[in-house]
Write a protein of this length. Sequence first.
Length: 165
Amino acid sequence: MESLYNLTEDYQVLMEYADSTDPDDEQVFLDTLDSVTATINVKMDDYAVVMDHMKEREDLIDLEIKRLTARKNAISNNRAKMRERLYDSMLATDRTKVTTDLHTFSIVKNGGKLPLIINGDVPDKYMKVIMEPDKDLIRTALETGNTEVLKFAHFGERGQHLSIK
């Protein structure tokens, strides 16, 4: 069976025959129209069936991702609990460094900037203001026809998509 690409090209050539005034072209058009259209329809159905199977595989993969993510989280949580137990044990036994045959365990201060704790109201000069467009307000203004004031914004074109039912 021909590819959808080739069938589409055949259909476009066929449509050129539809515009022709030559009686021979008209007969070629009528003889070929049903055949090409039916073949394209079968190919489209085949695409849809394959796409349905691919969607099922995607769903199975999503389930596997969720299962593996849950497993990973369980392992991470258990590892964090073990690390916390080691830390608590070292604090309880008043040891900041333990050296074994395989590892050295140390309780050390965290690096980086000192933690900042803010108590109360912060004066304006220590505040940061983040400005961003209010898209809902701009949309409402454009919908009410306020285009002269809003030369910086306009509505774009809606796209289109294929629907398969």
